[in-house]
Design a protein around this ligand. Structure first.
Ligand code: EPZ
Length: 421
């Protein structure tokens, strides 16, 4: 398993290109199942999760080809006649569950393995199941698989989510495009990836309004046609790299960055003492002075502070002046980066869903271990400003969500290398 060595050192200067959003692309790809015509996605990120979704869709009978070194994906499902999503693929990635809605809409049947828990939580699917039952599907759990049947097709329904689940909003929105009648999702997730999926489905002929708000209305149509759609910028990769100059000093421009994708995050950076300015090509970020101020963070559904940037922000606050309290309200076990940061000299106390960080002067490089995708990148960021060398093991987690992270950070002057082991 490869590792990454980072040596803390000087300021970072230059520019980092931001890729298409992993979490948008993973929802856009299954939309191919809703049409017999090709769906082309441009600005696709080159990530192992995209490969996993490709494998899954191909196992369902879809054809997926990638052009322009993986930046363009051409998906075609006219021969996709297999409704079974096998555990061997689904267990690798929770987002595999996003084929449930499209399979139900296409075949009137779906057999999808439960993804099982992952490092950050149990991640059940009750919100998805309840919604599809309201749309007329009969769903049974057998041998770890969800067996869903809607022999007469899905029908529109008014659906009230008890939690603004991103995946459930995407799954139901996709299925509802071909249901009979009108579907309304109340307490829908409002993430930019939801709006991007709705934009793509509209290009395919779907009738969707209200995406980006808590109430989404979908008028079912007979069929959807093919389309070409650009994947929206990855706001989590963007936020991650915005922190690089906040840790190390200097000024970095994030090409393709948009403030509207992460306003709550930018507001917190302003309170901490990091300036973000919009440029013609994206966003420029630099520290206001030598010290950073402690702030409190609560993770919430969009437009609140994103849970996927909590680990990265915790790492930054380890050397801020004062005490910060981070409350993780989305996942039940998303502080696994804390003990690793403590190995670097951070002072963090975790109690249930709260982590209290007391700022220290400087972190010290140390051997640490990546535990999940976002935790792994928070350790790299911490290494950028730590004294000495930090060696991060199990970096395969990184490859799931960050393309070319070593090249992007070296491009702005970081002392970082990947060791093949
Ligand atoms: C999406 O996961 C993202 N993944 C996650 O990003 C992100 O952290 C999450 O949304 C929250 O923003 C993709 O888009 C592929 P949820 P998803 O359904 O859809 C509970 C990353 O690092 N829940 O909004 O699975 C669930 O257990 C990943 O890129 C139920 O209880 O998130 C969790 O505690 C990590 N029942 C909370 O809701 C359900 O039926 C949020 O889940 C569904 C969810």
């Amino acid at each position: 398993m490869d590792s990454i060595n980072v040596t803390g050192g000087g300021a970072l200067n230059g520019e980092i290109p931001i890729a298409g959003a992993k979490n948008a692309c993973l929802a856009l790809m299954p939309a191919t199942l809703l049409s017999a015509e090709p769906l082309t996605l441009t600005n696709a990120p080159r990530l192992s999760d995209i490969k996993t979704m490709t494998d899954l869709l191909q196992s369902l009978g879809a054809e997926v080809s990638s052009l322009d070194e993986g930046r363009v994906l051409v998906l075609s499902s006219h021969n996709a006649d297999n409704p079974l999503a096998h555990y061997d693929i689904v267990r690798k990635m929770r987002a595999s569950n996003l084929v449930l809605g499209p399979l139900l809409a296409r075949h009137g049947k779906a057999i999808v393995s439960l993804p099982g828990g992952c490092a950050i939580g149990a991640r059940p699917m009750d919100i998805h199941v309840t919604a599809f039952e309201a749309m007329g599907a009969v769903i049974e759990l057998k041998d770890g698989y969800l067996h869903a049947d809607a022999p007469n097709g899905l029908k529109g329904a008014v659906i009230d989510f008890h939690f603004a689940s991103v995946g459930a909003t995407e799954n139901v929105m996709m299925a509802a495009t071909l249901a009979k009648g009108t579907t309304i999702i109340n307490n829908a997730a409002r993430e930019p990836e939801i709006v991007d999926l709705a934009d793509c489905l509209r290009r395919m002929g779907a009738q969707i309004t209200g995406d980006g708000t808590s109430s989404i209305t979908i008028e079912g149509v007979e069929s959807l046609h093919g389309a070409t759609h650009p994947v929206v910028t990855d706001r989590i990769e963007l936020g991650t790299y915005m922190l690089a100059p906040a840790f190390a000093g200097g000024e970095v421009e994030l090409i393709g960055g948009r403030i509207d994708l992460l306003q709550a995050f930018v507001d917190k950076l302003d309170q901490i003492g990091v300036d973000v300015t919009e440029t013609k090509r994206g966003l420029k970020v630099k520290r206001r002075g030598d010290t950073l101020k402690a702030v409190d963070i609560v993770t919430e559904p969009f437009p609140g502070f994103p849970t996927d940037l909590q680990a990265q922000m915790m790492a930054l606050l380890c050397t801020a002046e004062g005490t910060s309290v981070l409350e993780e309200k989305i996942f039940e076990n998303r502080f696994m980066h804390a003990p690793e940061l403590t190995r670097m000299g951070a002072s963090i106390e975790v109690q249930g869903g709260h982590a209290t960080v007391t700022g220290v002067k400087k972190l010290k490089g140390a051997p640490v271990m990546a535990t999940d995708l976002r935790a792994s990148v928070s350790l790299i960021l911490a290494g950028l400003a730590a004294e000495g060398e930090t060696k991060i093991s199990r970096v395969y987690h990184l490859d799931r969500g960050y393309e070319h992270v070593v090249a992007k950070l070296r491009g702005v002057g970081a002392q970082i290398e990947r060791i093949k082991e």
